[in-house]
Design a protein around this ligand. Structure first.
Ligand SMILES: [Zn+2]
Ligand SMILES: [Zn+2]
Length: 810
């Protein structure tokens, strides 16, 4: 018997191993095996089992690491597709997809050999002698990491190699325990009902009575009531009255919050009814049925989702429900629990502990749980009998993973539904241009919810031109808040309503510069300016977390006139506090919500109306529903317009529409004030008018003129290197390779190559960065060329990251 395994290494190759007799019963696709790999032992994922010979010269696998598979063949088909599509090796992709922390950690174990008697210390250096002396204290040897920490040195590999070469020490690979393993617990069950109680002690009678009424009980629970319970139980076990077994217990996601929304019973309106009817037809057809559910903010998309889930559960199918961020789960879970009492669900996202993710994953795989709610990675959940995938707020950028395996969960949801013949709903008030384009081309069916529930009006949006504001105002205090916005806040406070103020930059000042020579304080590791955080009196880099004390003089010219500039949420909070001293003000950004539960706490306070003004970054734009929020202020609409990305206008339109939609969800109408230096920009005016179609037409015309997606396909290859010189060298090699393959006519006229050029942020975390854009109408040609370049690039000194974005295969 042979198996093919994929291992977590940067190579597309997979490897064959033979299976020793003793392990053959346990072999299955989807289990992990420990395999010898060169001098190391690695974890491999079994992806094929065969009885064919023909590969005699292979090594044996060492151990099977799982009792049950982590995925089946159908899941594997999807994972393989993912790996090919994102040009990411299968073994690495599987390591990314499967729950983390489960692979055994490999330790290098160092011990002294028998040759110590003949050792001549003159042969070795002082440093090497020091190593030997340290190991001498450990007759059984010790792990390399431990040795390093004892010596207080990191780089000892040269000395270790010399000592191994001389035969004084040996280094072996040993496997430690994985971080996460299944959790078990001892359970006691009652065996016989007809017990002659006369033969039992009083305590034993109590125990049997307890078991009689409870069925079974954990030893841990019994221990609380009875001292020294184990001997009592063992004696009962010997007489056959009880049996004690070791059983796995599942660690849950531990999320049972209750955050308002003040939900009343909702009868679907006509539009919801129609959308639902189409979705149910899709579900019943048991064929791939993709939908775009385009509903304005507050139109009741969630109600449609919940009804579609109910229908799926009636059909005994499974559901994957994707939501943009951890941010959204508390409110949604509350609604879900109220609607589906007793329905078990798995919650998968980065805020859930690794062990709970592992346990839930296996229960999903077994088919024990058939509703999965989670952030982007939940799209990989190995659900059985998948019938429905929902991607809520499908336009949200958090569906895209931006490092390691760069995937888009929205696009994967489409592919997964396609492979499983399932229904998929992409829901949004502001569909991604790509999604709407696909819908217009007939790839997705279009469902629309054009009105808010109960016909509540959308808030009225006003645009404030901040250039004029600056001219008209003599106030030197600041131009953070326009007069109109200040008055609106006053008005809101008077009515005892609530206001949201949105600013997509955290910290106090986004940069600090020298007034005399223009020197800007930048991060040592990244090509970005440092943000001043007044609460910590620190300059901080938002890319690598490097922090330093702000200096009072300029390092370039020793000038003393250091000036901060560019307002962040912290500074905004300070300003609002000054202007409205009696208001209760909170700030919600990644600085104030880093502690566990902090986010929920702020939402609950907002729900109880303990907050009058909430200031925040894009966190506050996400789907919350608070009926007393009647004013939304956008401090600067220009922040997102100025990002170097062809989707900057799309992002701006989406952010403005989403944040506006937070207002006026209750009985009182809402009001939105947008401050900007670009009052005429179509992304802003179309957002003011809630005119999605108008925005789409403007945007598509522009993209078409510049041949940007969705009319073409772009693959962005990101290249980075610690050394600028080595990076440049690698780039030159790549240039030659590209020129060569273009002249050989392989991709000529099909792919346009732009770059490689420095990335918009030329350095992050000390790595120099370049990008190479491949552009063309023929998606396959672009993809194949990217693949070619990648295989070429991986042999250069560069550490290449590939960003396959955006996608329009489907
Ligand atoms: Zn200076
Ligand atoms: Zn930095």
């Amino acid at each position: 018997m042979f198996v093919t395994v994929a291992v977590n290494i940067p190579s597309e190759k997979t490897f064959s191993y033979s299976v020793p007799e003793a392990l053959q019963q346990e072999i299955a696709i989807g289990k992990r095996a420990l395999v010898p790999f060169g001098k190391r032992r690695l974890t491999g994922y079994i992806i094929e089992v065969s009885h064919l010979t023909g590969c005699e010269d292979v090594k044996e696998i060492i151990e099977i690491l799982d009792f049950e598979p982590l995925f089946n063949e159908e899941d594997l088909k999807f994972y393989r597709w993912v790996s090919q599509y994102y040009i990411y090796p299968l073994g690495k992709a599987l390591a990314e997809i499967l729950p983390g922390g489960i692979d055994p950690k490999s330790d290098r174990w160092i011990s002294i050999t028998g040759k110590r008697e003949e050792r001549n210390d003159l042969q070795i250096s002082a440093a090497q002698k020091c190593i030997i002396d340290t190991i001498d204290h450990f007759p059984g040897g010790l792990p390399l990491d431990r040795l390093k920490s004892l010596l207080g040195k990191k780089d000892i590999s040269r000395d270790i190699n010399a000592l191994v070469g001389a035969g004084f020490i040996v280094v072996e690979e040993r496997n430690g325990k994985p971080e996460i393993t299944p959790k078990t617990e001892k359970l006691v069950h009652l065996n016989r009902q007809d017990i002659a109680i006369t033969k039992l002690t009083r305590k034993q009678i109590l125990i049997t009575e307890l078991l009689h009424s409870h069925g079974s009980c954990s030893v841990a629970a019994l221990r609380k009531g009875f001292k020294n319970v184990m001997p009592l139980l063992r004696s009962l076990e010997r007489r056959g009255i009880v049996c004690i077994s070791e059983e796995e217990v599942s660690r849950g996601h531990g999320q049972n919050p209750d955050i308002g929304g003040g939900e009343a019973v909702i009868t679907p309106n006509e539009d919801q009814e129609h959308a639902l009817c189409e979705i149910v037809k899709g579900l019943q057809s048991s064929s791939f049925s993709p939908f775009l559910l385009h509903g304005v903010t507050g139109s009741g998309k969630t109600e449609v989702y919940l009804n579609a889930i109910a229908e799926t559960l009636r059909m005994r199918g499974s559901v994957i429900f994707l939501i943009p961020e951890i941010a959204l789960t508390p409110q949604l879970l509350t609604r879900f629990n109220r609607r589906f009492k007793g329905q078990e669900l798995a919650v998968l996202h980065s805020g859930i502990s690794k062990s709970a993710r592992y346990d839930q994953w296996r229960r999903i795989q077994r088919g024990d749980i058939n509703v999965v709610i989670g952030a982007r990675s939940a799209v990989f959940a190995p659900v059985r009998n998948l019938k429905l995938i929902i991607v809520d707020e499908e336009h949200d950028t958090s569906y895209k993973q931006d490092d390691r395996m760069r995937y888009s969960a929205r696009d994967l949801a489409i592919m997964k539904a396609n492979l499983s013949l399932a229904t998929v709903i992409l829901g949004s008030a502001t569909p991604a241009v790509q999604t709407y384009f696909n819908t217009m081309r007939g790839k997705y069916r279009y469902l629309v919810l054009p009105r808010r529930v109960e016909d509540r009006p959308l808030p009225k949006v006003e645009i404030i031109d901040m250039k004029r504001e600056a001219e008209g105002s003599r106030h030197t205090s600041s131009h953070i808040l326009s007069r109109a916005l200040k008055e609106a806040i006053d008005d809101t406070l008077e009515k005892k309503h609530q206001a949201l103020l949105f600013l997509n930059r955290r910290g106090s000042y986004t940069f600090t510069f020298c007034f005399d020579c223009g020197h800007v304080f930048r991060c040592l590791n990244c090509a970005v300016s440092m943000t001043y955080h007044a609460s910590e009196s620190n300059l901080k880099c938002h890319y690598c977390d490097y922090a330093m004390r702000p200096s009072t003089s300029c390092p370039a010219c020793h000038g003393k006139r250091i000036r901060p500039y560019g307002v962040g949420t912290e500074r905004l909070e300070e300003e609002v506090n000054k202007l409205f001293p009696h208001a209760r003000i909170e700030r919600m950004d990644s600085d104030t919500t880093s502690r566990k539960g902090a986010y929920e706490k702020i939402l609950k306070a907002l729900d109880r109306r303990d907050i009058d003004i909430l200031i925040g970054t894009q966190m506050i734009t996400k789907g919350h529903d608070f009926p007393y929020v009647t004013l939304v202020g956008v401090i600067s609409a220009d922040t997102s317009l100025n990002i170097p990305d062809f989707r900057a206008s799309e992002r701006t339109f989406q952010l403005l529409t989403q944040v506006s939609g937070r207002g006026g969800r209750g009985a009182s109408p809402g009001r939105v004030i947008i401050q900007t230096f670009n009052p005429g920009h179509y992304a802003i005016t179309r957002a003011r008018d809630y005119d999605y179609m108008g925005f789409y037409d403007d945007e598509l015309a522009l993209r078409s003129a510049l041949s940007y997606p969705p009319l073409t396909r772009i693959v962005n290859l990101q290249l980075s290197s610690l050394s600028r010189e080595k990076g440049m060298e690698g780039l030159n090699g790549l240039r030659d390779f590209i020129a060569d393959s273009l002249t050989k006519n392989k991709w000529k006229d099909k792919v346009e190559v732009i770059g490689p050029a420095e990335s918009p942020i030329a350095r992050i975390k000390a790595r120099h960065r370049w990008q190479l854009l491949l552009k063309g109408k023929d998606a396959r040609a672009v993809h194949n060329m990217a693949k070619d370049i990648l295989s070429k690039a991986s042999i250069t000194a560069l550490d290449i990251k590939v960003d396959v974005d955006p996608l329009n295969f489907m």
